[in-house]
Design a protein around this ligand. Structure first.
Ligand code: ATP
Ligand code: MG
Length: 415
Protein backbone atom coordinates (compact mmCIF):
# COMPACT_ATOMS: atom_id res chain seq x y z
CA UNK A 1 0.00 0.00 0.00
CA UNK A 2 1.25 3.49 -0.80
CA UNK A 3 1.59 5.64 2.27
CA UNK A 4 1.88 9.36 2.88
CA UNK A 5 5.27 10.95 3.52
CA UNK A 6 6.56 10.79 7.10
CA UNK A 7 5.45 13.74 9.23
CA UNK A 8 2.51 14.59 6.95
CA UNK A 9 -1.09 14.08 8.02
CA UNK A 10 -4.37 13.64 6.20
CA UNK A 11 -7.25 15.62 7.63
CA UNK A 12 -10.02 13.04 7.48
CA UNK A 13 -13.74 13.66 7.01
CA UNK A 14 -14.55 13.24 10.70
CA UNK A 15 -11.91 15.86 11.57
CA UNK A 16 -12.64 18.47 8.95
CA UNK A 17 -15.64 20.03 10.70
CA UNK A 18 -13.32 21.08 13.52
CA UNK A 19 -10.90 22.62 11.03
CA UNK A 20 -13.73 24.48 9.38
CA UNK A 21 -14.97 25.69 12.75
CA UNK A 22 -11.54 27.00 13.72
CA UNK A 23 -11.11 28.70 10.37
CA UNK A 24 -14.53 30.32 10.59
CA UNK A 25 -13.86 31.65 14.07
CA UNK A 26 -10.44 32.95 12.98
CA UNK A 27 -11.77 34.57 9.81
CA UNK A 28 -14.72 36.22 11.53
CA UNK A 29 -12.61 37.53 14.37
CA UNK A 30 -9.77 38.82 12.19
CA UNK A 31 -12.32 40.64 10.05
CA UNK A 32 -13.92 42.17 13.16
CA UNK A 33 -10.48 43.44 14.16
CA UNK A 34 -10.06 45.09 10.75
CA UNK A 35 -7.76 42.53 9.06
CA UNK A 36 -8.16 41.36 5.45
CA UNK A 37 -7.12 37.99 4.11
CA UNK A 38 -4.06 37.61 1.91
CA UNK A 39 -3.30 34.35 0.07
CA UNK A 40 0.30 33.91 -0.83
CA UNK A 41 2.06 31.11 -2.73
CA UNK A 42 3.23 27.94 -1.05
CA UNK A 43 6.76 28.29 -2.38
CA UNK A 44 9.08 31.20 -2.96
CA UNK A 45 12.68 31.78 -3.97
CA UNK A 46 14.92 30.38 -1.24
CA UNK A 47 16.63 33.73 -0.96
CA UNK A 48 13.50 35.28 0.58
CA UNK A 49 13.65 32.98 3.59
CA UNK A 50 17.43 33.05 3.87
CA UNK A 51 17.29 36.82 4.06
CA UNK A 52 14.20 37.24 6.21
CA UNK A 53 14.30 34.36 8.67
CA UNK A 54 18.07 34.48 8.90
CA UNK A 55 20.85 31.97 8.31
CA UNK A 56 21.44 31.21 11.99
CA UNK A 57 17.94 29.97 12.87
CA UNK A 58 16.84 26.34 13.17
CA UNK A 59 14.48 26.89 10.26
CA UNK A 60 17.07 28.01 7.75
CA UNK A 61 19.89 25.86 9.13
CA UNK A 62 18.11 22.55 8.96
CA UNK A 63 14.34 22.64 8.49
CA UNK A 64 13.68 24.00 5.01
CA UNK A 65 12.42 21.98 2.07
CA UNK A 66 14.61 23.44 -0.64
CA UNK A 67 14.81 22.19 -4.22
CA UNK A 68 16.11 23.38 -7.57
CA UNK A 69 13.56 24.49 -10.15
CA UNK A 70 14.00 23.21 -13.71
CA UNK A 71 15.85 26.39 -14.63
CA UNK A 72 18.24 25.92 -11.73
CA UNK A 73 16.83 28.59 -9.40
CA UNK A 74 16.48 27.54 -5.81
CA UNK A 75 12.94 27.28 -4.43
CA UNK A 76 11.71 26.58 -0.89
CA UNK A 77 8.37 25.41 0.44
CA UNK A 78 7.30 28.12 2.83
CA UNK A 79 8.30 27.35 6.44
CA UNK A 80 6.25 30.30 7.75
CA UNK A 81 4.01 33.07 6.46
CA UNK A 82 5.52 36.42 7.42
CA UNK A 83 8.31 36.49 4.82
CA UNK A 84 5.90 35.80 1.96
CA UNK A 85 3.42 38.39 3.24
CA UNK A 86 6.11 41.07 3.46
CA UNK A 87 7.38 40.12 -0.01
CA UNK A 88 3.84 40.42 -1.43
CA UNK A 89 3.21 43.72 0.36
CA UNK A 90 6.37 45.21 -1.15
CA UNK A 91 5.79 43.73 -4.58
CA UNK A 92 2.23 45.12 -4.79
CA UNK A 93 2.89 48.38 -2.89
CA UNK A 94 0.21 47.52 -0.39
CA UNK A 95 1.64 49.91 2.19
CA UNK A 96 0.16 52.73 0.10
CA UNK A 97 -3.34 51.46 0.79
CA UNK A 98 -4.75 52.07 4.28
CA UNK A 99 -7.03 49.03 3.94
CA UNK A 100 -4.15 46.64 3.20
CA UNK A 101 -1.99 47.20 6.24
CA UNK A 102 -3.67 44.65 8.46
CA UNK A 103 -3.48 41.21 6.91
CA UNK A 104 -4.25 37.65 7.91
CA UNK A 105 -3.50 34.31 6.30
CA UNK A 106 -4.10 30.58 6.64
CA UNK A 107 -2.30 27.69 5.17
CA UNK A 108 0.17 24.86 5.23
CA UNK A 109 3.79 25.43 6.24
CA UNK A 110 6.65 22.97 5.74
CA UNK A 111 9.57 22.20 8.02
CA UNK A 112 11.83 19.18 8.05
CA UNK A 113 11.65 18.39 11.78
CA UNK A 114 11.50 15.21 13.81
CA UNK A 115 7.79 14.31 13.72
CA UNK A 116 6.10 13.85 17.10
CA UNK A 117 2.82 14.81 18.76
CA UNK A 118 2.12 18.43 17.82
CA UNK A 119 5.13 18.61 15.48
CA UNK A 120 4.75 17.72 11.83
CA UNK A 121 6.54 18.36 8.56
CA UNK A 122 3.46 19.88 7.01
CA UNK A 123 1.39 21.85 9.47
CA UNK A 124 -1.05 24.73 9.28
CA UNK A 125 -0.91 28.23 10.63
CA UNK A 126 -3.33 31.08 11.07
CA UNK A 127 -1.40 34.33 11.27
CA UNK A 128 -1.90 38.07 11.25
CA UNK A 129 0.42 40.97 10.45
CA UNK A 130 -0.25 44.61 11.37
CA UNK A 131 2.01 46.85 9.31
CA UNK A 132 3.10 50.44 9.47
CA UNK A 133 2.72 51.44 13.11
CA UNK A 134 4.73 50.93 16.25
CA UNK A 135 2.01 52.24 18.55
CA UNK A 136 1.91 50.04 21.66
CA UNK A 137 -1.87 49.73 21.42
CA UNK A 138 -1.54 47.92 18.09
CA UNK A 139 0.55 45.33 19.97
CA UNK A 140 -2.30 45.09 22.47
CA UNK A 141 -4.88 44.68 19.68
CA UNK A 142 -2.88 41.89 18.04
CA UNK A 143 -2.49 40.05 21.34
CA UNK A 144 -6.17 40.65 22.18
CA UNK A 145 -7.17 39.07 18.87
CA UNK A 146 -5.09 36.00 19.63
CA UNK A 147 -6.44 35.76 23.17
CA UNK A 148 -10.05 36.14 22.03
CA UNK A 149 -9.51 33.53 19.30
CA UNK A 150 -8.49 30.93 21.88
CA UNK A 151 -11.22 31.91 24.29
CA UNK A 152 -13.92 31.67 21.58
CA UNK A 153 -12.66 28.14 20.90
CA UNK A 154 -13.05 27.39 24.59
CA UNK A 155 -9.38 26.64 25.26
CA UNK A 156 -8.58 26.62 28.96
CA UNK A 157 -5.56 27.15 31.23
CA UNK A 158 -3.59 29.21 28.72
CA UNK A 159 -0.71 31.46 29.69
CA UNK A 160 0.34 34.55 27.78
CA UNK A 161 4.09 35.04 28.12
CA UNK A 162 5.38 38.44 27.18
CA UNK A 163 8.71 40.22 26.99
CA UNK A 164 10.41 43.14 25.33
CA UNK A 165 13.73 42.60 23.58
CA UNK A 166 14.23 46.31 22.86
CA UNK A 167 15.79 47.54 19.65
CA UNK A 168 18.98 46.40 17.94
CA UNK A 169 20.76 49.32 19.60
CA UNK A 170 19.44 48.37 23.02
CA UNK A 171 20.82 44.87 22.56
CA UNK A 172 24.41 45.74 21.62
CA UNK A 173 25.88 45.88 25.12
CA UNK A 174 23.65 43.14 26.40
CA UNK A 175 24.90 40.57 23.88
CA UNK A 176 28.46 41.23 25.13
CA UNK A 177 27.37 40.80 28.75
CA UNK A 178 25.52 37.62 27.88
CA UNK A 179 28.52 36.16 26.08
CA UNK A 180 30.74 36.95 29.02
CA UNK A 181 28.33 35.16 31.30
CA UNK A 182 28.13 32.15 28.95
CA UNK A 183 31.86 31.70 28.23
CA UNK A 184 32.68 29.57 31.30
CA UNK A 185 29.44 27.59 30.92
CA UNK A 186 29.96 26.59 27.30
CA UNK A 187 31.07 22.98 27.96
CA UNK A 188 27.77 22.34 29.79
CA UNK A 189 25.56 23.51 26.92
CA UNK A 190 24.10 21.38 24.12
CA UNK A 191 25.86 21.24 20.76
CA UNK A 192 23.36 23.60 19.19
CA UNK A 193 23.92 26.20 21.88
CA UNK A 194 27.69 25.89 21.59
CA UNK A 195 27.28 26.82 17.95
CA UNK A 196 24.79 29.59 18.77
CA UNK A 197 27.34 31.13 21.11
CA UNK A 198 29.20 32.59 18.15
CA UNK A 199 26.38 32.83 15.60
CA UNK A 200 23.34 33.89 17.64
CA UNK A 201 23.89 33.93 21.42
CA UNK A 202 20.44 35.35 22.23
CA UNK A 203 18.89 32.11 21.00
CA UNK A 204 20.60 30.19 23.80
CA UNK A 205 18.07 31.68 26.22
CA UNK A 206 15.29 30.14 24.16
CA UNK A 207 16.79 26.63 24.01
CA UNK A 208 14.30 23.95 25.06
CA UNK A 209 16.99 21.49 26.28
CA UNK A 210 16.57 21.23 30.08
CA UNK A 211 20.35 21.29 30.85
CA UNK A 212 20.70 24.49 28.86
CA UNK A 213 17.78 26.07 30.67
CA UNK A 214 19.21 25.06 34.03
CA UNK A 215 22.74 26.22 33.18
CA UNK A 216 21.59 29.63 31.99
CA UNK A 217 19.08 30.23 34.79
CA UNK A 218 21.10 33.13 36.20
CA UNK A 219 21.84 34.73 32.84
CA UNK A 220 21.63 38.53 32.77
CA UNK A 221 18.30 39.81 31.47
CA UNK A 222 17.92 42.09 28.52
CA UNK A 223 15.15 44.11 30.11
CA UNK A 224 17.72 46.01 32.21
CA UNK A 225 19.37 47.35 29.03
CA UNK A 226 16.24 48.75 27.40
CA UNK A 227 16.32 52.38 26.34
CA UNK A 228 13.83 54.78 27.87
CA UNK A 229 11.65 54.63 24.72
CA UNK A 230 11.58 50.85 24.65
CA UNK A 231 10.84 50.71 28.35
CA UNK A 232 7.86 53.06 27.97
CA UNK A 233 6.65 51.09 24.95
CA UNK A 234 6.71 47.89 26.99
CA UNK A 235 4.91 49.48 29.96
CA UNK A 236 2.24 50.86 27.62
CA UNK A 237 1.68 47.41 26.12
CA UNK A 238 1.34 45.87 29.58
CA UNK A 239 -1.03 48.63 30.73
CA UNK A 240 -3.13 48.10 27.60
CA UNK A 241 -3.40 44.38 28.34
CA UNK A 242 -4.39 45.12 31.92
CA UNK A 243 -7.05 47.56 30.72
CA UNK A 244 -8.54 44.79 28.55
CA UNK A 245 -8.29 42.33 31.46
CA UNK A 246 -5.95 40.03 29.56
CA UNK A 247 -3.71 38.29 32.10
CA UNK A 248 -0.02 37.96 31.23
CA UNK A 249 3.16 36.62 32.66
CA UNK A 250 6.39 38.52 32.01
CA UNK A 251 9.04 36.10 30.82
CA UNK A 252 12.47 37.64 30.30
CA UNK A 253 13.79 34.53 28.59
CA UNK A 254 11.39 34.90 25.71
CA UNK A 255 13.61 36.13 22.88
CA UNK A 256 13.84 36.08 19.12
CA UNK A 257 17.28 35.55 17.69
CA UNK A 258 17.15 37.84 14.67
CA UNK A 259 18.32 41.38 14.27
CA UNK A 260 15.10 42.73 12.81
CA UNK A 261 12.97 41.63 15.77
CA UNK A 262 12.35 44.35 18.29
CA UNK A 263 10.45 45.18 21.43
CA UNK A 264 7.33 43.11 22.09
CA UNK A 265 7.61 39.32 21.89
CA UNK A 266 4.90 36.99 23.13
CA UNK A 267 3.83 33.38 23.20
CA UNK A 268 0.76 31.52 24.38
CA UNK A 269 1.25 28.11 25.96
CA UNK A 270 -1.02 25.34 27.19
CA UNK A 271 -0.14 22.84 29.92
CA UNK A 272 -2.12 20.14 28.08
CA UNK A 273 0.23 19.68 25.13
CA UNK A 274 3.30 18.02 26.63
CA UNK A 275 6.61 19.13 25.15
CA UNK A 276 5.06 21.09 22.26
CA UNK A 277 3.33 23.55 24.57
CA UNK A 278 3.36 26.71 22.44
CA UNK A 279 0.19 27.17 20.39
CA UNK A 280 0.85 30.67 19.16
CA UNK A 281 3.82 33.00 19.02
CA UNK A 282 4.45 36.48 17.77
CA UNK A 283 6.20 39.76 18.11
CA UNK A 284 7.41 42.98 16.56
CA UNK A 285 9.69 42.91 13.57
CA UNK A 286 10.36 46.57 12.95
CA UNK A 287 13.46 45.88 10.85
CA UNK A 288 12.21 43.19 8.47
CA UNK A 289 10.97 45.46 5.69
CA UNK A 290 14.37 47.09 5.46
CA UNK A 291 16.08 43.71 5.51
CA UNK A 292 14.03 42.95 2.38
CA UNK A 293 14.96 46.28 0.82
CA UNK A 294 11.64 47.94 1.63
CA UNK A 295 11.04 51.25 3.38
CA UNK A 296 11.38 51.34 7.17
CA UNK A 297 8.07 49.89 8.33
CA UNK A 298 7.32 48.89 11.91
CA UNK A 299 5.20 45.74 12.11
CA UNK A 300 3.88 43.12 14.48
CA UNK A 301 2.21 39.76 13.99
CA UNK A 302 1.61 36.27 15.30
CA UNK A 303 1.22 32.74 13.98
CA UNK A 304 -0.87 29.98 15.54
CA UNK A 305 -0.17 26.30 15.00
CA UNK A 306 -3.61 24.91 14.15
CA UNK A 307 -2.73 21.24 14.72
CA UNK A 308 -1.92 22.11 18.31
CA UNK A 309 -5.24 23.95 18.62
CA UNK A 310 -6.99 20.84 17.27
CA UNK A 311 -5.19 18.66 19.83
CA UNK A 312 -6.62 20.86 22.57
CA UNK A 313 -10.09 20.87 21.04
CA UNK A 314 -10.41 17.11 20.73
CA UNK A 315 -9.43 16.84 24.34
CA UNK A 316 -12.18 19.13 25.56
CA UNK A 317 -14.79 19.68 22.90
CA UNK A 318 -16.79 18.24 20.09
CA UNK A 319 -18.43 20.44 17.54
CA UNK A 320 -22.11 20.03 16.67
CA UNK A 321 -22.59 20.04 12.93
CA UNK A 322 -25.73 21.41 11.32
CA UNK A 323 -28.62 18.89 11.69
CA UNK A 324 -28.99 16.42 8.85
CA UNK A 325 -32.37 15.66 7.27
CA UNK A 326 -32.58 12.24 5.64
CA UNK A 327 -35.04 11.91 2.78
CA UNK A 328 -36.64 8.47 2.89
CA UNK A 329 -38.45 8.07 -0.43
CA UNK A 330 -39.92 4.74 -1.53
CA UNK A 331 -42.44 3.45 -4.04
CA UNK A 332 -42.43 4.61 -7.65
CA UNK A 333 -44.14 7.96 -7.09
CA UNK A 334 -42.77 8.51 -3.59
CA UNK A 335 -39.14 8.03 -4.60
CA UNK A 336 -39.22 10.49 -7.46
CA UNK A 337 -41.12 13.10 -5.44
CA UNK A 338 -38.62 12.58 -2.63
CA UNK A 339 -35.68 13.19 -4.97
CA UNK A 340 -37.22 16.50 -5.95
CA UNK A 341 -37.79 17.41 -2.30
CA UNK A 342 -34.14 16.61 -1.53
CA UNK A 343 -33.09 19.16 -4.12
CA UNK A 344 -35.60 21.76 -2.87
CA UNK A 345 -34.33 21.45 0.71
CA UNK A 346 -30.71 21.84 -0.41
CA UNK A 347 -31.64 24.88 -2.48
CA UNK A 348 -33.13 26.39 0.67
CA UNK A 349 -29.86 25.87 2.54
CA UNK A 350 -30.90 22.80 4.51
CA UNK A 351 -28.42 19.96 5.01
CA UNK A 352 -30.11 16.93 3.43
CA UNK A 353 -29.13 13.54 2.05
CA UNK A 354 -30.57 10.21 1.01
CA UNK A 355 -29.62 6.66 0.08
CA UNK A 356 -30.59 5.89 -3.51
CA UNK A 357 -30.06 2.18 -3.12
CA UNK A 358 -32.39 1.64 -0.14
CA UNK A 359 -35.93 0.90 -1.29
CA UNK A 360 -37.83 -0.13 1.82
CA UNK A 361 -38.69 2.12 4.73
CA UNK A 362 -36.73 -0.15 7.06
CA UNK A 363 -33.58 0.02 4.94
CA UNK A 364 -33.97 3.76 4.55
CA UNK A 365 -34.27 4.40 8.29
CA UNK A 366 -31.23 2.20 8.89
CA UNK A 367 -29.27 4.37 6.45
CA UNK A 368 -30.55 7.51 8.19
CA UNK A 369 -29.21 6.20 11.49
CA UNK A 370 -25.86 5.29 9.95
CA UNK A 371 -25.46 8.78 8.54
CA UNK A 372 -26.34 10.25 11.93
CA UNK A 373 -29.44 12.08 10.65
CA UNK A 374 -31.39 14.03 13.25
CA UNK A 375 -34.61 13.71 11.23
CA UNK A 376 -36.00 11.59 8.45
CA UNK A 377 -38.57 12.83 6.00
CA UNK A 378 -40.64 9.82 4.96
CA UNK A 379 -42.27 10.01 1.57
CA UNK A 380 -43.91 6.89 0.12
CA UNK A 381 -46.55 6.64 -2.59
CA UNK A 382 -49.35 7.35 -0.09
CA UNK A 383 -47.69 10.51 1.14
CA UNK A 384 -46.92 11.63 -2.40
CA UNK A 385 -50.57 11.21 -3.36
CA UNK A 386 -51.79 13.21 -0.38
CA UNK A 387 -49.05 15.86 -0.80
CA UNK A 388 -47.69 15.20 2.68
CA UNK A 389 -44.61 13.76 4.38
CA UNK A 390 -43.88 12.21 7.76
CA UNK A 391 -41.26 14.14 9.69
CA UNK A 392 -39.58 11.66 12.02
CA UNK A 393 -37.31 12.59 14.90
CA UNK A 394 -34.68 9.83 14.72
CA UNK A 395 -33.92 9.96 18.40
CA UNK A 396 -37.40 10.06 19.95
CA UNK A 397 -39.00 8.24 16.96
CA UNK A 398 -41.91 10.71 17.20
CA UNK A 399 -43.47 11.37 13.76
CA UNK A 400 -45.74 14.14 12.58
CA UNK A 401 -47.56 14.75 9.34
CA UNK A 402 -46.53 17.88 7.48
CA UNK A 403 -47.71 19.00 4.05
CA UNK A 404 -45.16 19.00 1.26
CA UNK A 405 -45.95 22.65 0.75
CA UNK A 406 -45.00 23.55 4.30
CA UNK A 407 -42.10 21.23 5.07
CA UNK A 408 -39.28 23.52 3.93
CA UNK A 409 -40.60 26.51 5.84
CA UNK A 410 -41.20 24.42 8.93
CA UNK A 411 -37.62 23.15 8.94
CA UNK A 412 -36.17 26.59 8.33
CA UNK A 413 -38.30 28.07 11.13
CA UNK A 414 -36.94 25.51 13.59
CA UNK A 415 -33.27 25.48 12.57
P1 ATP B 1 8.62 25.37 18.40
O1 ATP B 1 9.38 26.01 19.51
O2 ATP B 1 7.46 24.55 18.89
O3 ATP B 1 9.49 24.66 17.41
P2 ATP B 1 8.67 27.63 16.66
O4 ATP B 1 9.31 28.70 17.47
O5 ATP B 1 9.48 26.91 15.65
O6 ATP B 1 7.95 26.58 17.63
P3 ATP B 1 7.04 29.49 15.19
O7 ATP B 1 7.93 29.55 14.03
O8 ATP B 1 6.96 30.64 16.13
O9 ATP B 1 7.33 28.16 16.01
O10 ATP B 1 5.57 29.10 14.68
C1 ATP B 1 4.37 29.50 15.34
C2 ATP B 1 3.56 28.31 15.77
O11 ATP B 1 3.46 27.32 14.76
C3 ATP B 1 4.16 27.54 16.94
O12 ATP B 1 3.85 28.17 18.15
C4 ATP B 1 3.46 26.21 16.82
O13 ATP B 1 2.16 26.26 17.38
C5 ATP B 1 3.35 26.03 15.34
N1 ATP B 1 4.40 25.13 14.82
C6 ATP B 1 5.71 25.43 14.59
N2 ATP B 1 6.35 24.36 14.07
C7 ATP B 1 5.43 23.37 13.99
C8 ATP B 1 5.46 22.02 13.53
N3 ATP B 1 6.56 21.47 13.01
N4 ATP B 1 4.32 21.29 13.59
C9 ATP B 1 3.18 21.82 14.08
N5 ATP B 1 3.08 23.08 14.53
C10 ATP B 1 4.17 23.85 14.48
MG1 MG C 1 10.58 25.13 15.66
Amino acid sequence: MLRSVKGLKDILPHQSSQWQHIETVARTLATQFGFSEIRIPIFEFTELYARSIGGTTDIVEKEMYTFPDRDGSSLTLRPEGTAGVVRAVLEHSLLDSPTSRKLFYFGPMFRHERPQAGRYRQFHQFGVEALGTDHPLIDVEVIALLWQFFSLLGLKDLTLHINSIGTLDDRGDYIQRLKKFLTPLLPDLCGNCQRRYSTNPLRILDCKVPICQETTKEAPVLIDDLSEDSRIHFTDVLDGLTALEIPYSINHRLVRGLDYYSRTTFEITSPHLGAQSTIGAGGRYDGLFQALQGPPTPAIGFAVGLERVILLLTEHHSINPVPLFFIAGFGAVGKSRAFKLLHELRQSGIRADTDHKANTLKALLRSADKLGAEYSIILGDDEANSETVLLRNMQTKVQEIVTLKEITQKILANL
